[in-house]
Write a protein that binds this ligand. Structure first.
Ligand SMILES: Nc1ncnc2c1ncn2[C@@H]1O[C@H](COP(=O)(O)OP(=O)(O)OP(=O)(O)O)[C@@H](O)[C@H]1O
Ligand SMILES: [Mg+2]
Length: 457
């Protein structure tokens, strides 16, 4: 973070001071919410957690060198006291952005692929200058300001992942760090239950193009009608990406290797170049095109973008993470999250990988789908049935409708799935594990994978 004194932060956030010996003491960052990450000069933001209350760690944070704790009540340690800590972090983030006029801010939103696209875009754009991008999925009212607060005077690009759980959320994140470029990936059924329907999801995602200034650029997915329609909702110049013309950035001559890694010719306004992605699954072409379009708008040429995409690694875990076990079994851990579109994308990838192999899938529930949940699970079951699986395991009651078109080989919990697979898996088999994070299948996937995964190589 850019250095700010305690009294400056109090002014920005409207905080009162408690037990502060010297209000002129300077916070140089980082801003952290985990007291174990405190280093000298840090600001420790105390949040109520699921198991513990951050305020209980204020003294430990101070002992580790935190200049100040930002919290809602006195703890004995030097503190800035506010009514709402995330809101105060948001005000602080905006103040930092206002002090960094040269910072180029790009926002990425969509129902699926935000983290993947953000990771690809950050790997491309960081070759042009110092870039701050969120860790994992830091994309909400807490994670986003923490990301913004990592920017300082050296930072040239901020690549933000913006998520919404309801109307107004993305608009609020855009007020916190006004983007000049915005990418919308897709509008799907993820979280549709919370929003009330896919049109409401589209309206929420359109808050990003609406927030862009006239001199900005809206980067829209030409393949998704709900996204391309957002062209009429923005003052910014529109550029498009997609699988076919007339998209401004597109992929031609697409093929998938035996591990479902896409190869394609990247066609951009300044020329074309070949790409061989290290990521698995055809859906990642869309994410790569979005990252390419964004990098192109920031001045990167097609050759550098294609080379960068071909070298880019999966940075965030449990997204199509492929592990080759010593016994020859291939484990695909896609247990980070699941929506109807994401399950289809993962099964499509497995179908390609299953050519000449036996394929199994362990599918858990897709959360937050609202009243159409059962219907979506049944549809996912149809897709699974068409994938030609040697066996399907549905974990948990809510996932049971997925078995509509296929025979269960185990159930209903993760341990039963492991035992059933243990009996069946032979060298050369491939097994996909996918569910919403709430189902907790990533631990099953890690247990199954055992060996080293390519994400950590
Ligand atoms: N373009 C895409 N189309 C369909 N599914 C996708 C696409 N990109 C990613 N996915 C699926 O969505 C899952 C999550 O990907 P990623 O983490 O990149 O998305 P996200 O939008 O950041 O999700 P979250 O909302 O949880 O932060 C992946 O494991 C994959 O199965
Ligand atoms: Mg994410």
């Amino acid at each position: 973070m850019i250095p700010l004194s305690i009294e400056e932060i109090a002014q920005i956030t409207g905080a009162s001071l408690d037990a502060v010996p010297d209000p002129r003491a300077v916070v140089a960052g980082p801003v952290v919410i985990d007291s174990r990450q405190v280093v000298p000069g840090a600001l420790f933001a105390a949040l109520p957690g699921e198991r513990a209350d951050g305020h209980d760690f204020a003294a430990a944070a101070a002992a580790a060198g935190a200049v100040i704790t930002l919290g809602t009540r006195p703890t004995g340690a030097p503190a800035l006291i506010v009514a709402d800590v995330p809101a105060a972090l948001g005000l602080l983030a905006r103040a930092v952005v206002d002090r960094l006029p040269a910072l180029v801010i790009a926002g990425i939103t969509g129902s699926a692929g935000k983290t993947t696209t953000k990771d690809l875009a950050a790997q491309l754009i960081s070759t042009m200058g110092p870039t701050v991008a969120p860790q994992n999925s830091f994309n909400n009212e807490i994670g986003h300001p923490l990301t913004v607060l990592r920017a300082d005077t050296r930072t040239r690009y901020l690549i933000a992942e913006l998520s919404a759980r309801g109307p107004g959320h993305i608009a609020a994140l855009c007020r916190m760090s006004p983007p000049s470029l915005g990418v919308v990936l897709c509008v799907g059924n993820a979280h549709a239950g919370e929003f009330g329907g896919v049109e409401q999801v589209a309206a929420a995602k359109s808050e990003l193009p609406q927030a862009l200034p006239a001199g900005g650029v809206a980067v829209l997915n030409a393949d998704d009608p709900l996204v391309s329609a957002m062209a009429s909702r923005t003052a910014a110049r529109v550029v498009t990406f997609g699988r076919s013309a007339p998209a401004g950035v597109l992929a031609s001559a697409v093929s998938l290797d035996e591990l479902s890694r896409p190869r394609f010719t990247l066609e951009m306004p300044d020329g074309s170049a070949n790409v061989a992605l290290r990521l698995h699954g055809e859906h990642n072409i869309t994410n790569a095109l979005a990252a390419a379009a964004l990098a192109g708008q920031l001045g990167m040429d097609v050759g550098a973008i294609a080379a960068g995409l071909s070298h880019a690694q999966a940075r965030s875990r449990w997204r199509m993470e492929v592990t080759h076990r010593p016994d020859g079994v291939i484990v695909v851990n896609d247990a980070y999250n699941a929506s109807p579109e994401a399950v289809t994308a993962a099964l499509d990838a497995v179908r390609v990988m299953a050519a000449g192999r036996r394929a199994y899938a362990v599918l858990g529930r897709m959360a937050e789908l609202g009243e159409r949940s059962r219907e979506f699970h049944e549809q996912a079951g149809m897709v699974a049935a068409r994938t030609g699986l040697a066996g399907l395991i549905a974990v948990g009651d809510e996932a049971a409708p997925m078995l509509a078109g296929a025979k269960a080989i185990a159930g209903p919990d993760g341990q039963a799935a492991l035992a059933a697979l243990d009996e069946r898996l032979r060298p050369g088999d491939v097994v996909l594990i996918k569910a919403s994070r709430a189902a907790g299948l990533q631990t099953i996937a890690m247990e199954l994978a055992g060996g080293s995964s390519e994400a950590t190589q």
